[in-house]
Structures are given as structure tokens and as C-alpha cells.
Design a protein around this ligand. Structure first.
Ligand SMILES: [Zn+2]
Ligand SMILES: [Zn+2]
Length: 242
């Protein structure tokens, strides 16, 4: 029971950080917030993604490339130009590292503002930090697991951030239905996207990349959108008008 709770808490906190902070804020600037809240959510992303923390700048650059070149050869992670999901993850990782390590400069059009906090980026990207988080996950399971098979969940904790990215990038451009012709392979994979917090409405999202609500038809529901509305109402964020 404790393990299930820990797994779900890590899954949804990490995913929320990705969709709310890295995707909707850092990449698309769907809303504004002051420096205090920006750093609050930056820290939350670091703690929630833990051993697989993704640098917001590199994430934003890759994601802007993805929108500009969706399902073409210049897309950093289209499932239509790779052999399998592992090939896609490795290709994404290599392109990501180029920007995270400042090996190459992004194209002009992807340099728009993104949140930056170099000290957290450095701590989050260090092997010591990653190993400390992994040590914590293993300790937690060693202390609270009651069945041997529970340990099979550990690799998911280690790679939570990239794993969520891979599920969205693979399934969201391969399986499901389309509401719009976006001239790519983007799909809506789940009519009620509780498991991925709205991220699997790729077809709707590619049609209207700046819309804060990823759902568009009556039977679709994006669970992150009401959270954003509450944060807007509390004056923590200001959702941009589209
Ligand atoms: Zn996409
Ligand atoms: Zn996007």
C-alpha cells in the first residue's frame, strides 16, 4: 500500500512538473508567473523528476523544434523515423544533451525566453545528485516493499522524466484518433487522459499549441487545465489570452 502510494505520488508529481512547468510554461509560455513562483516550480520539477531531472532550457528548445518540424526528419523525436521506442529515446537523449551541455546553439527561432536557474541545472545534472535520488528510491523500496515483484517498478522511478516523454512522443504521434488535420501524425490517444495529465491530446495540442486546455471536444478532459485555472484564480499564474 505504501509502495503503491509512493509510486503514484512520484508518477503524478513528476508528470505534473513536466506538463505544467517544462511543457506549458518553459516551452510554450502559456502563462506568466513572478520569479518566486517560477523558482518554486523549478525546484518542484527538480525534486519530482529527481534522478531523471530534465533541464528546462534544453527541454524547451527540443520541444519548440518538435512543434516546428513535427514528424519530419528534423523532429527530435518522431516515432516515424526510428526503428523502435528505444531508438527514439536514445536519439532524443543525444539531441537533448547537445543543448543541455551547450555543445550547439539552437536556431534563432527557438531561442525565445525560457526559465533559467544555472545552479539547479548543475546540481540536477550531476551524477552525485542522480545517484543520491536513486539511493533514496532503493532505500524506500527496501524498507517498505512487501512483495518481491514490487522491485520491478524501481527502473520506472530512475527514468521517470524521459519515460513520460517517450510515452507521449511515441503514442501521441502513433495511436488514437484525430480531430484536426495538422499535416503530421499527431493523435489523441485517450479521450479521458487522466494517466498522462492531458499530454496525450497531441492532435489537439499541435492544432492550437498555445491553448492552455488540451481537450477540445465534449468527451475529452485535460486534468491539468482546471489546476491551471485554480492557480490563475489564486493569482499564482496569469494564463495568457489566446
Ligand atoms: Zn507532439
Ligand atoms: Zn507542445
Amino acid at each position: 500500500m505504501i509502495i503503491l502510494f509512493f509510486f503514484l505520488a512520484h508518477w503524478f508529481l513528476s508528470l505534473f512538473s513536466q506538463t505544467f512547468f517544462l511543457h506549458r510554461y518553459a516551452s510554450h509560455k502559456m502563462f506568466k508567473m513572478n520569479i518566486f513562483w517560477e523558482r518554486f516550480f523549478y525546484t518542484l520539477t527538480f525534486l519530482a523528476q529527481g534522478s531523471s531531472f530534465l533541464n528546462p532550457r534544453a527541454y524547451a528548445i527540443l520541444h519548440r523544434m518538435h512543434h516546428a518540424y513535427s514528424d519530419t526528419e528534423k523532429d527530435p523525436h518522431s516515432p516515424h523515423f526510428v526503428k523502435d521506442v528505444w531508438g527514439m529515446m536514445i536519439q532524443t537523449k543525444n539531441i537533448y544533451l547537445n543543448y543541455a551541455k551547450y555543445n550547439i546553439e539552437p536556431e534563432e527561432q527557438f531561442r525565445d525566453r525560457y526559465p533559467s536557474w544555472p545552479i539547479i541545472d548543475r546540481i540536477g545534472d550531476s551524477w552525485i545528485t542522480r545517484m543520491l535520488f536513486i539511493g533514496f528510491y532503493v532505500w524506500f523500496y527496501a524498507t517498505f516493499a512487501t512483495q518481491w515483484w514490487m522491485f520491478l517498478l524501481l527502473p520506472i522511478h530512475f527514468l521517470m522524466g524521459p519515460l513520460h516523454g517517450a510515452i507521449v512522443n511515441w503514442c501521441g504521434h502513433k495511436y488514437g484518433y484525430s480531430n484536426h488535420d495538422n499535416d503530421d501524425h499527431s493523435k489523441n490517444s485517450l479521450p479521458l487522459d487522466f494517466l498522462m495529465l492531458g499530454e496525450l491530446f497531441q492532435n489537439n495540442h499541435h492544432k492550437k499549441p498555445n491553448s492552455p486546455n488540451f481537450a477540445s471536444r465534449w468527451f475529452e478532459f485535460d486534468p491539468t487545465y482546471p489546476v491551471m485555472k485554480v492557480l490563475h484564480w489564486l493569482h499564482i499564474i496569469r494564463i495568457r489570452k489566446v
